[in-house]
Design a protein. Structure first.
Lengths: 540, 511
């Protein structure tokens, strides 16, 4: 059934087309395979454009859309979190279910921050309200608590025809945006938030890509450059590749717990000014994949830097409720910006992103999210609204869920007790798993792991023996891809190689989520430990 | 008289809104200092236009707010007939679908005896296919596997047994998402080599918006209004030949049943289009989201895929095609869930790998929308407890729509100066309107397109929100509007009557 195995895909992404030619031979027979497009007409004796003679002499019609004639910016897109290693993991799962013998009984996907897939239970209250919104007959069911019903009624009343099946306004449902604004005000100690600056989105990714799209212009040395941390969440590099923007790397300081260093920002922007027009600075706090939580001082410095260098700030704050380390606290860019006084608060342009996928609820499948924009030019705002309207609206169930996240049960409401219990249980388990991961990984010789201060991942550095690096290079693989692929084949554990996020040359890492249930996580960490020792021994 | 003055003022303001962006860009004073301004933003985005939610709809929202605040208007409510949003117009959801969605959202309800067994079975099957048995987990980027299998079986049934491979099915965030994704794959080249995409005029403005955003070349082919908006191969050829002078035409988009035009293509026409696409080496994009919305007698929906395969291997093994469907239309009208799928045929395997990679960046389509799509392609069967209710609800919606399609055509055609083709399918009527020269002059004076002026006046005077034909494209010198046929029959009658009176008044005022 599979047209392409993941192995082909992997090889393709490195341009090894000859391998494909061998495996799906119907597409490519002899001759020059690059003579099949309208844009580069065949040099051979084929009689009409878009046709080529195959080996057996039968005229076969070349395709309109081929790898050579497709959008070149799409080809440059890479997204490791769902890349070849994950495709192989899916294949392995299939093989296991078909009864194939493996050295493991199940594949553990620690590649992606997907809490429910790892067995986390949804927050009861949220799902009750969603059920009520989906099937309003249930409003007369006495088993549902009153606060769930009143939330559902409020959401339904702001939907067209009182149905979640109606399109909402493109910016999102009014009352949900109002609730988001009030939530932000509470979070930021009263700093005002205007619902008109809130845009609901299809997950945070959608908001981030939309903002980047607005920012990209110019050609050559005036092409928009966007500063992103290395390591980064690969949505950024993927979106920049697709938009044809210039990616400007600034490196986080691994020795200092992945902290952000202004000198490094300055170095990166100065160098980039030689070949592009740096206009945006992306920050991920708490960090993905690196798990650091930025200090208030650091955020202030970043804002000052952005003001000085005239950069649009994009603050990816989807892990704002995922802070575990003692002494660490989440500070929103907006709050710090406003505390710095009107000189900054009235000038620095900022977009901040949030999502329903992370935190304690982990509702990834609903694709809910929002962004808040600060100091955005009014005309650009009109353009933004217009751009969003083309896609009609974010999914309404995701909007409803967003509303519940920003407006959860309050003290005095019947669901408050169980809500807080569920929330606290998830967050304290996560804090425990963050500590556990750091501890266990740091007992392994050749693995060094920074504290997981926040977010959902650890991004330890691994020492890969020279022999293994050599073998990987011979195979045309990144050494950490080689390492992760081997771990997957031998243990069934699916991690993402550090090269998918970016790392300093000559260093190697992997990203692992801390989401598996504690018992399973312990087993997993132990397996990683044993694998690493085996691997090191084998190649030393 | 006073209200007349107010309306004129309002129209002037609106015209100003529409033109002020370019003016402000010219004087350039107000925004020095900002990183992101109209002058320094992505120029492609500036070119994007989307009339279905354009200035007229923004004004409608404003009027609604004013009404709520107690401002006196010549009407008591705004009727938004600008968009195909069935639930907003009062259509009730299909009970079975919503029962299953409630069960998926809150699986504790699986113990509840009030829910029918078939709903529970469906919910269980969907949950079992979800990570951690939760619709809160990400799905694979292509969409949940068992749902793609159900979609494939649905397509096979629809197309009389022609096989459909689940690997060729991609679930999407509404049909729009998939359409933009395929267009994105296709765009390349610069200057005369830039990809050109043929779209019908009138078109659904998602196409022109996406092409502007992608910087592709839009190639217009005109539907034949005099022949019930039918598609004419000679016109396709004319458009293509003209376009070859300045770009590289690679794609042909077809909307069947038509939006905004409501025509349903004959089997013969589809065959001709496929032959044309093969001959001219074009990738076919078939927007078939209204496939269950066919009302006119003698009309029938033929899928491009079925016709393609019936034309034999010469065509079915070569012509590249993508077909799009959605949960937003048909009898269910579940727009808010943003469910949809596309089926790709003869797509190059390497390009397919690129497509999978591209969709993976956005992680996955919303899972509740995927679940809903599963129900649409796999509804209750004759031996299941929910079958009777389901059929009753489905038939009621579709027969009412058929009645409203007829009603709309009939009433409009009684108005001098309005000519309306039969609404054979979809959810809209797109009548031609005659505008007096004086009205055209007045519109120009205000800096408005004449049919925008007309629709804006209708909105201000009667609270009816339509979309001007210029938002969809039309032959020069002709004017139209798009109106949905979705309001409940009683309300629709009132709307049609009000438009009739408005048109007569408007014509008199400007003659």
């Amino acid at each position: 059934m599979q047209v392409l195995s993941s192995r082909n895909v992997r090889l393709l992404s490195r341009g090894r087309n000859e391998v494909l030619a061998g495996r799906s031979g119907t597409q490519r027979h002899g001759g020059d395979p690059r003579t099949r497009s309208l844009t580069c007409p065949p040099m051979s004796s084929s009689s009409s454009p878009g046709r080529k003679m195959s080996e057996n002499g039968i005229m076969s019609r070349a395709k309109v859309l081929t790898i050579d004639t497709m959008n070149p910016t799409v080809k440059k897109v890479e997204y490791a979190v769902r890349g070849p290693i994950v495709q192989r993991a899916v294949e392995l799962e299939r093989e296991l279910s078909e009864g194939m013998k493996k050295p493991f009984a199940e594949v553990i996907k620690a590649n992606i921050g997907d809490a429910h897939a790892m067995g986390q239970q949804p927050i009861t209250f949220f799902r009750q309200v969603l059920a009520l919104c989906s099937y309003p007959e249930l409003l007369s069911d006495s088993t549902f608590p009153e606060d769930a019903k009143s939330r559902a009624c409020r959401i339904l009343q702001s939907c067209g025809g009182n149905s979640m099946g109606a399109y909402s306004a493109s910016q999102g449902i009014d009352s949900v945006r109002q609730d988001v604004a009030r939530y932000i005000e509470r979070r930021d100690g009263g700093v005002a938030c205007d619902p008109d600056n809130i845009y609901l989105t299809t997950g945070a990714s959608d908001g981030i890509v939309t903002m980047l799209k607005l920012l990209v212009c110019g050609e050559g040395t005036t092409r928009t450059g966007v500063m992103i941390p290395i390591p980064q969440y690969p949505l950024y590099s993927a979106a920049l590749a697709e938009l044809g923007a210039v990616q400007i790397d600034y490196f986080l300081n691994e020795e200092k717990c992945w902290s952000l260093d202004i000198t490094e920002l300055q170095r990166a922007v100065n160098e980039a000014r030689q070949y592009c027009n740096p206009r945006a600075l992306c920050i991920i706090n708490p960090g993905n994949p690196t798990g650091q939580v930025q200090s208030r001082q650091c955020i202030e410095d970043v804002i000052r830097f952005a003001a000085k260098e005239r950069l649009f700030l994009m603050a990816d704050e989807v892990y704002q409720d995922n802070v575990y380390a003692e002494g660490c606290q989440f500070h929103s860019f907006k709050k710090v910006l406003f505390e710095m006084g009107p000189e900054y608060a009235e000038t620095v342009e900022l977009a901040s992103f949030h999502s329903t996928s992370k935190c304690y609820m982990g509702e990834c499948g609903f694709r809910g999210g929002y962004m808040e924009i600060i100091n955005m030019d009014d005309e650009v705002k009109d353009q933004l609204t217009k751009l969003l309207s083309v896609r009609l609206c974010p999914p309404v169930p995701g909007q409803a869920l967003m509303d519940l996240v920003v407006n959860p049960p309050q003290p005095g409401e019947p669901s408050y007790g169980s809500f807080i219990k569920e929330r606290t249980a998830t967050l304290s388990a996560l804090a425990e798993k963050a500590k556990l991961t750091e501890q266990v990984l740091n007992t392994v010789q050749g693995i060094s792991c920074n504290p997981v201060q926040g977010a959902m991942y650890s991004f330890p550095r691994i020492t890969i023996p020279e022999k293994a690096v050599k073998e990987a290079t011979e195979k045309g693989q990144q050494p950490d891809m080689f390492y992760c692929m081997k771990m997957l084949e031998e243990t069934g554990i699916c991690l993402v190689p550090g090269s998918g996020f970016g790392q300093k040359d000559g260093t190697y890492h992997f990203r692992m989520t801390i989401l598996p249930p504690t018992d399973k996580l312990k087993i997993l960490l132990n397996k990683v430990k044993e694998f690493h020792q085996r691997f090191t021994q084998q190649y030393s | 008289m006073k209200s007349m003055y107010k309306i004129t003022l309002q129209l002037q303001r609106c015209a100003r809104d529409i033109t002020n962006m370019s003016q402000q860009a010219v004087n350039g004073i107000s925004h020095r200092g900002r990183v992101l301004t109209l002058d320094s933003m992505n120029p492609n985005v500036k070119r994007v236009e989307y009339a279905v939610r354009g200035p007229i709809v923004q004004r409608a929202v404003q009027i609604e707010k004013e009404l709520k605040e107690g401002v006196k208007k010549p009407f008591t409510e705004v009727i938004k007939a600008n968009i195909g949003d069935a639930h907003a117009m009062g259509q009730k959801p299909i009970t079975f679908f919503r029962q299953v969605l409630a069960l998926c959202s809150y699986p504790a309800l699986l113990e509840d005896s009030k829910f029918p067994e078939d709903a529970k079975k469906r919910a269980q099957r969907i949950l079992e296919a979800c990570g951690g048995h939760s619709i809160g987990a990400y799905s694979t980027s292509q969409g949940i596997e068992c749902i793609r299998q159900d979609v494939a079986r649905y397509i096979e049934k629809r197309d009389g047994g022609i096989p459909s491979n689940p690997d060729n099915i991609y679930l999407s965030t509404g049909a729009s998402d998939a359409i933009v994704t395929i267009l994105k794959l296709l765009v390349c080249g610069e200057g005369r080599d830039r990809t050109g995409v043929m779209i019908s005029i009138p078109q659904y403005p998602l196409y022109s918006a996406a092409l502007a955003d992608l910087g592709a070349v839009q190639i217009n082919y005109y539907l034949d209004e005099d022949n019930c908006w039918s598609l004419n191969i000679t016109e396709l050829r004319r458009a293509l030949n003209a376009a070859r002078e300045h770009c590289n035409p690679r794609v042909l988009c077809i909307i069947n049943p038509g939006n905004p035009t409501g025509q349903v293509q004959s089997r013969q026409c589809i065959e001709d289009v496929i032959r044309f696409a093969k001959e001219e080496h074009l990738f076919l994009m078939a927007d078939e989201v209204y496939q269950d919305n066919v009302y006119a007698e003698g009309c029938q929906f033929h899928s491009f895929k079925k016709v393609l395969f019936e034309m034999g291997p010469e065509y079915s093994n070569t012509v590249e095609m993508a077909s799009f469907h959605s949960t937003s239309k048909c009898y269910m009208g579940e727009c808010g869930f943003r469910g949809g799928y596309m089926e790709v045929i003869n797509l190059d395997p390497e390009v397919k790998a690129q497509l999978i990679k591209l969709v993976s960046v956005r992680l996955c389509p919303p899972v509740p929308g995927q679940a809903l799509l599963d129900l649409v392609v796999n509804p209750p069967q004759p031996d299941e407890p929910s079958y009777a209710t389901f059929m009753k609800e489905r038939t009621a919606v579709l027969s009412t729509l058929a009645e409203k399609a007829r009603l709309t055509e009939q009433i409009f055609n009684t108005v001098p100066g309005i000519t309306c083709n039969p609404v054979q399918g979809a959810m809209y009527t797109f009548p031609g309107i005659t505008l007096p020269q004086k009205a055209i002059d007045k519109a120009k004076e205000l800096g408005l397109v004449p049919d925008m002026f007309y629709c804006m006046r209708l909105l201000e005077e009667d609270g009816i929100c339509l979309v001007p034909g210029s938002g969809f494209g039309q032959r020069e010198g002709t004017y139209h509007f798009r109106m949905t046929i979705l309001p409940p029959t009683d309300k629709l009658k009132v709307v049609l009557q009000k438009i009739r009176e408005f048109h007569l008044r408007f014509t008199q005022e400007f003659s």
